[in-house]
Design a protein around this ligand. Sequence first.
Ligand SMILES: Cc1cc2nc3c(=O)[nH]c(=O)nc-3n(C[C@H](O)[C@H](O)[C@H](O)COP(=O)(O)O)c2cc1C
Length: 201
Amino acid sequence: MKRIAFVLCLAMLFGMANPLTGSAPAVAPAKAITLPKPVMNGGIPLMEALSKRKSVREVSGKPVSEQDLSNLLWAAWGVNRPDGRRTVPTSRNKQEAELFVVLESGVWRYDAAGNALVQLSPVDARSRFGGAPLTLVYAAKAGDDAGGMHVGSMYQNVGLYCASVGLGNVVKSTGRAELDSVLRLPAGYKTYVVQSIGWPR
Ligand SMILES: Cc1cc2nc3c(=O)[nH]c(=O)nc-3n(C[C@H](O)[C@H](O)[C@H](O)COP(=O)(O)O)c2cc1C
């Protein structure tokens, strides 16, 4: 029952038709925040980051700073060249993936070109993913062999960034579909995996 109420609440907040009444909601302009410019130098040497990469499941409630958030989103899916190409390779440069961010302030879509977050919902959905201060939700085309590869490149980049600054992270396929019914995924997309991030306890 609680789950149905949660989904209905998110569905309405996300601007979808009320699944019970079919009525269309009023359309409010999406709230967006510009992230701090990602820091594209520094960090620990790559081989050291690889030696430290591991899953960390116990994290504290201490928030992840906006700078770390910007840096790790850029590592995952940022634009790293003037022609719009990304930090991860994609099949024929189709860039068919979406990255969503679950924070206390709501659920957001990462706009890589704008280095911004676009709010999809103000609802705090962190408890749906174990309560970490930050969870990334990775979506790509269903049935596309390359989809999982693209997502894997993304979460590995984030894992290495986390290792370099001491953040904990764990990739999870359990619970990955928690927001599927409410995220506005492009046609044919599905959620592949989530990644919870926070400071180790
Ligand atoms: C695609 C994928 C799905 C995973 N799903 C879960 C999960 O649902 N729950 C979980 O606790 N860990 C999950 N993990 C983390 C693995 O259990 C973990 O990577 C593995 O035990 C090796 O530990 P390490 O990452 O510290 O090397 C997942 C990892 C991957 C790559």
